[in-house]
Design a protein around this ligand. Structure first.
Ligand code: FDA
Length: 306
């Protein structure tokens, strides 16, 4: 299983397969289970549909690791337009942003300044920017940028913490001290045992521990997982400690465990779905297959059936 996961993550960097899939109708159709579509209009339409089920949204304009400042600014412009469209159409959505798409690998200062303008724009509209977390080489610089931006725009920026990293408990303590909102996930990248728990059981145990740390804090946090064991443990902990269901939210990915999303809403919990869109869907799509290689069969079966 671990070998398959690593194989898909390795494939997520394969340029030939990427070029082929991104430009073929097969690729676009297979990915449509997890991706709202190629355009912003597709994303807004899906967001409104998801809202009608009582589920909030976070929108991700796909793209990672830009190679020029102009590209980073173009990527940010999409987010500025998204923030305006969300407000104009009263959609219940915020945005999720990757700092490498804002130029982090060109210059940390550039990414901070571009992300800072986005957070400022979001705050002026009463909205919120979640900074996604990427691989562990970027954890510290991402947290530094988030902490600095939070000082000027408290409440309009939050970050993601991954339970597979050994450092996460200490990072959460620091973020809680600063009052920064956290989205907790297990982590989606290939990481060495020097920085991350190698066994799934340990990642899960850490997820449960960190969830409790977040739930007990006065800040509003998000538990991003499709794992029923993690979700049940969080619900149980909240119930036993008198933590109201509206003090936190569960988050899941578009196209994954829709049944569980609906059940949580029916039971009175807050749910937000991560809705990605755009032409650069390939690495995101491959990471979803890495999480559950059985999805390949599922997608192909549906494809040939239709
Ligand atoms: P786990 O992988 O243990 O899966 C538990 C169960 O969930 C599986 O048995 C299966 O039933 C179901 N499941 C999980 N993934 C599935 C899939 N792709 N298809 C179908 N079923 C699936 N990561 C990161 O490194 N940085 C980030 O910023 C984010 N952001 C983020 C936002 C949101 C809203 C979510 C939900 C997730 C992320 N992630 C992320 C991804 C996260 O790190 C992780 O890879 C996935 O959520 C899968 O982990 P689970 O917690 O679902 O558990």
């Amino acid at each position: 299983m671990q070998a398959l996961r690593s194989a898909f993550i390795a494939l997520s960097h394969n340029r030939t397969l990427r070029r082929f899939l991104e430009h073929s109708s097969l690729g676009v159709r297979l990915s449509s289970r997890f991706i709202a579509g190629l355009t912003m209009e597709d994303a807004l339409r899906v967001a409104a549909e998801v809202n009608r089920q009582g589920i909030a949204v976070t929108l991700d304009s796909l793209g990672e690791s830009v190679t020029s400042e102009a590209e980073a600014r173009r990527a940010a412009e999409v987010y500025h337009q998204l923030l305006e469209a969300i407000a104009a159409r009263s959609i219940e959505a915020n945005v999720s942003v990757k700092l490498t798409q804002m130029g982090l690998e060109l210059s940390a200062g550039l990414a901070e300044s571009i992300a800072g303008s986005l957070v400022e724009h979001a705050r002026s509209l009463g909205n919120f920017v979640r900074i996604d977390m990427e691989d562990s080489r970027l954890t510290q610089v991402t947290l530094n940028i988030v902490r600095r931006l939070h000082r000027f725009h408290a409440g309009a920026i939050g970050v993601v913490i991954q339970s597979y990293l050994y450092r996460s408990e200490a990072d959460i303590e620091q973020l809680l001290a600063d009052g920064i909102r956290v989205r907790l996930c297990k982590g989606a990248y290939n990481e060495p045992a020097s920085v991350a728990f190698p066994r799934k059981g340990e990642v899960d145990a850490n997820y449960a521990r960190l969830s409790r740390q977040l739930l007990q804090s006065p800040v509003y946090h998000a538990l991003a997982t499709h794992d029923p064991a993690m979700i049940d443990a969080a619900k149980d902990f909240a119930r036993r400690h008198g933590i109201a269901p509206d003090h936190f939210e569960f988050q899941m990915l578009y196209g994954v465990r829709r049944d569980l999303q609906r059940t949580l809403v029916r039971d009175g919990y807050r749910v937000r779905v991560y809705v990605p869109f755009g032409s650069e869907w390939y690495p995101y799509f491959m990471r979803r297959l890495a999480e559950r290689p059985a999805n390949v069969l599922f997608l192909l079966r549906n494809y040939f059936r239709s």
